[in-house]
Design a protein around this ligand. Structure first.
Ligand SMILES: CC(C)(COP(=O)(O)OP(=O)(O)OC[C@H]1O[C@@H](n2cnc3c(N)ncnc32)[C@H](O)[C@@H]1OP(=O)(O)O)[C@@H](O)C(=O)NCCC(=O)NCCS
Length: 198
């Protein structure tokens, strides 16, 4: 599956905030992840989340708890190929995954950077996430983006990745040439405003 392209035959990859209508597609996405990827994402053996679980993952309003999805569009159809979530309160915690078939193409980096940008817009000062200590891939990626790697005391199975965000800075939404920033507004309140217009 190609990530790149702007002609009619090659799908375009878009990062945007998830909305309630994405729940079924997100559920299929989680169901299609390899066991290993799901294990790393949910820090253990996990069944495919139910639609109720998915709605919690998507969050209510896109503000204090939000989910970014990476989608590929084929005409009117879309396929989710990655997701990243952030819970701002009480402290900003993150988790993410990328479809096995497109890992290593830069999507994980783009998702993590978009979380940083959105969390900073929502006044978060720091991001952290718990990973399995065997998960070299996310450890390397996080380190390359300036995260520190901590070992919680007495816990040899997990690591915590952590990064301070610049105070009150608006980090621009950055995307690789493969990604088009979504036309959706990203600021706090954006989803509520969009729901009000619908
Ligand atoms: C971790 C994950 C999200 C990374 O997504 P990705 O799209 O593959 O990541 P990218 O393509 O952006 O790669 C980013 C970096 O990872 C590192 N990387 C890639 N493949 C790697 C490998 N096999 N081993 C170690 N590091 C690797 C590289 O440093 C790469 O940087 P580069 O772009 O400078 O080469 C993805 O592997 C995944 O979904 N894993 C399962 C779920 C998971 O582990 N989630 C994290 C915990 S919540």
């Amino acid at each position: 599956m190609g990530l790149f392209g702007s002609d009619m035959t090659t799908p375009t990859t878009i990062l945007r905030l998830a909305i309630r209508n994405d729940a079924a597609d997100l559920q299929s996405y989680f169901g299609s992840l390899s066991k290993a990827a799901r294990y790393n994402r949910f820090l253990g053996h996990a069944a495919t989340p139910t639609l109720d679980d998915i709605n919690r993952i998507i969050g209510c309003d896109g503000d204090n708890f939000f989910c970014v999805v990476a989608t590929q569009r084929y005409g009117l159809a879309q396929q989710i190929i990655g997701e990243a979530v952030c819970s701002i309160a009480p402290s900003a915690e993150i988790a993410l995954s990328v479809d096995d078939s497109v890992q290593g193409c830069g999507l994980g980096r783009a998702l993590l950077m978009s979380l940083e940008s959105l969390a900073a817009q929502r006044a978060a000062c720091e991001l952290h996430g718990t990973i399995l200590s065997s998960n070299d891939r996310i450890a390397v990626l996080a380190r390359s983006l300036g995260y520190t790697l901590e070992r919680p005391e007495g816990d040899w199975t997990h690591r915590v990745i952590r990064k301070a965000l610049p105070v009150s800075a608006v980090i621009p939404f950055r995307s690789s040439p493969a990604m088009a920033a979504s036309p959706w507004p990203y600021l706090k309140g954006a989803l509520r405003a969009a729901a009000g217009r619908a």
